[in-house]
Design a protein around this ligand. Structure first.
Ligand code: ADP
Length: 449
C-alpha cells in the first residue's frame, strides 16, 4: 500500500480523498494555487505544496507543477478527483513515466472513452445498447442533413470531444440543422480543440440513468446499481438519487450485468460510470466517465461502501474488497448540489462566507470545503457543497432532505438552496415522475427573472 498520496484537486473532492487516506493510514499531500492558500483541503492534508497562480491552467492543470510536487514530497500516487486532470490520458502517461501511480484507469481507457465516437463504437462492440444515430463522425452539412432525414427529427449534434454539456445542439426540424451542426462544431473546436461531431436521435422524454461500475484491472468487475440524474439544468446535474425511482430490480440486474461484463472484458481498473438515457423501458448508452463522479456518495450510501478507498486499493494492486453478491441495496439516497450561484440566472456568486453551519443527524452527510470566514475564490467551479441524505426508503430520504436543508446555514453568498426547498414542494419530484427536461420547463415557469 502507498505511504503517501498527492491529491491533484481542490474543494470538497480533495477533502473526500484526504478523509479516505486518513482512515487507511496514508499520508496526504494537498496542492493548491495562490488563491487557495487558506482552503480547507490545504488545512486538512498532512502536507501541502503551492503549485502556481490562481488560473487553473497554471496550477491545478499544470502537469509539471504537480509532478514536481510529488517529487518534493515523496508521494507515490496521485488521486485526480473529478474534473481538472482526471480524464487526461496524457497526464496519466506522464505520471507513469515518472514511476508514480495514477489512481484511476489506464491512459488507453481514458482515451477510448474520452472520444465519444470511439466510446460508442467500443460499447456497441461490447454489447451495450446505444442511441441510434450516425455511424461515427459526420463531416459535412449535406451528410448531416441526410442522416437527419434517415433517423427522423429531432436529432442532437454532439462534439466527439465534448463534455460538461458543451458542444451539443438539438435540431428540432430539418430547418435547424445548419445552425445546430455549425454551432456544435464551433463549440467542439473552441472548447476542446476538436470539431468532429456525430448525430444521435434526440430522445424526447428520457431519464438520465447511469450505472456505477468498478473493476480490478484483471478481468473482474462489478456494478453498483444506478443513479437517476434526470434533474438537470443546461445538461448539468443538480439533484441525483439512487436507486432510480423508475428502475425495477430486474432491469437493474440486467443492465448492471451488461455494464459489468463490458468493463470486465476490457480489464478496466477502478471506478467508472456508464451513462444512459432511459425511455420506454430501454437503455441507450451516451457516454462513459472514467473517474469518480460528483454524485458517487448516493451509491456509497445505499451500498455502504467507500469508493475512494476501493480506488486506492486496486491502484495499489490489491483485490477488490467486495464481489457482486456482497452488493445489496439498503434504502434510498439523494444528493443535492449546492452552488454559490444567484437565482434565477444561476450567475456565479463568489465571496466571503460569514456563517456556515452544516446539517447533521441520522442519515445526513455534508461534503463541503466551506468554513466560517472562508472566501470563495472567483476562479473555479461554483460547487461549494453536496448534501447527501440516506433513508430506509424514498419518502424517508425526501423528508430527511427537507429537514437537513432547513438546518443548513450558508450566509454571505447566494446559493442554490432555495431551489431545492422549492423542488421539494413539487408533486413530480415527490413522486419521482420526471425526465431530463422537467427541470428546465419548471425553471422557465417558476423562476422567470
Ligand atoms: P456531456 O459529456 O456534455 O455531459 P452527455 O453525452 O453525457 O454530454 O449528455 C449530457 C446530457 O445531454 C444528458 O444527460 C441528456 O440530458 C442530454 N442528451 C445527450 N444525448 C441526448 C440524446 N440523444 N437525446 C436527448 N438528450 C440527450
Amino acid at each position: 500500500m502507498f505511504d503517501k498520496i498527492l491529491i491533484a484537486n481542490r474543494g470538497e473532492i480533495a477533502l473526500r480523498v484526504i478523509r479516505a487516506c486518513r482512515e487507511m493510514g496514508i499520508q496526504s499531500v494537498a496542492v493548491h494555487s495562490t488563491a487557495d492558500s487558506d482552503a480547507m483541503h490545504v488545512r486538512m492534508a498532512d502536507e501541502s505544496v503551492c503549485i502556481g497562480p490562481p488560473t487553473s491552467t497554471q496550477s491545478y492543470l499544470s502537469i509539471p507543477a504537480i509532478i514536481s510536487a510529488c517529487e518534493i514530497t515523496g508521494a507515490q500516487a496521485i488521486h485526480p478527483g473529478y474534473g481538472f486532470l482526471s480524464e487526461n490520458a496524457n497526464f496519466v502517461q506522464i505520471v507513469q513515466d515518472h514511476d508514480l501511480t495514477f489512481i484511476g484507469p489506464t491512459a488507453d481507457h481514458i482515451r477510448t472513452m474520452g472520444d465519444k465516437i470511439t466510446a460508442k463504437d467500443t460499447m456497441k462492440a461490447l454489447g451495450v445498447p446505444c442511441v441510434p444515430g450516425s455511424d461515427g463522425g459526420v463531416a459535412s452539412l449535406e451528410e448531416a442533413e441526410k442522416i437527419g432525414k434517415d433517423i427522423g427529427y429531432p436529432v442532437i449534434i454532439k462534439a466527439t470531444a465534448g463534455g460538461g454539456g458543451k458542444g451539443m445542439k438539438v435540431a428540432q426540424t430539418a430547418k435547424d440543422m445548419k445552425s445546430a451542426f455549425q454551432t456544435a462544431r464551433a463549440e467542439g473546436k473552441s472548447n476542446f480543440g476538436n470539431d468532429e461531431v456525430y448525430i444521435e436521435k434526440y430522445l424526447t422524454t428520457p431519464r438520465h440513468i447511469e450505472i456505477q461500475v468498478f473493476g480490478d484491472g484483471k478481468g473482474k468487475a462489478v456494478h453498483l446499481g444506478e443513479r437517476d440524474c434526470s434533474l438537470q439544468r443546461r445538461h448539468q446535474k443538480v439533484f441525483e438519487e439512487a436507486p432510480g425511482p423508475s428502475i425495477t430490480a430486474e432491469e437493474r440486474a440486467r443492465i448492471g450485468k451488461v455494464c459489468a461484463d463490458a468493463v470486465a472484458k476490457i480489464n478496466y481498473i477502478g471506478a467508472g460510470t456508464i451513462e444512459f438515457l432511459y425511455e420506454n423501458g430501454e437503455f441507450y448508452f451516451i457516454e462513459m466517465n472514467t473517474r469518480l463522479q460528483v454524485e458517487h456518495p448516493v451509491t456509497e450510501a445505499i451500498f455502504r461502501q467507500d469508493l475512494v478507498r476501493e480506488q486506492i486499493r486496486v491502484a495499489a494492486g490489491l483485490p477488490m474488497s467486495f464481489g457482486q453478491d456482497d452488493l445489496v441495496i439498503d434504502g434510498h439516497a439523494i444528493e443535492v448540489r449546492i452552488n454559490a450561484e444567484k437565482l434565477p440566472n444561476f450567475s456565479p456568486c463568489p465571496g466571503k462566507i460569514t456563517q456556515f453551519h452544516a446539517p447533521g443527524g441520522l442519515g445526513v452527510r455534508m461534503d463541503s470545503a466551506l468554513y466560517d470566514g472562508y472566501s470563495i475564490p472567483p476562479y473555479y467551479d461554483s460547487l461549494i457543497g453536496k448534501l447527501i441524505v440516506h433513508g430506509r426508503d424514498r419518502p424517508e430520504a425526501l423528508a430527511r432532505l427537507a429537514r437537513a436543508l432547513g438546518e443548513l446555514i450558508v450566509d454571505g453568498v447566494d446559493t442554490t438552496v432555495p431551489l431545492f426547498h422549492a423542488l421539494l414542494q413539487e408533486p413530480a419530484v415527490l413522486s419521482g415522475d420526471y425526465n431530463i427536461h422537467w427541470l428546465e420547463h419548471w425553471l422557465d415557469e417558476n423562476l422567470q427573472a
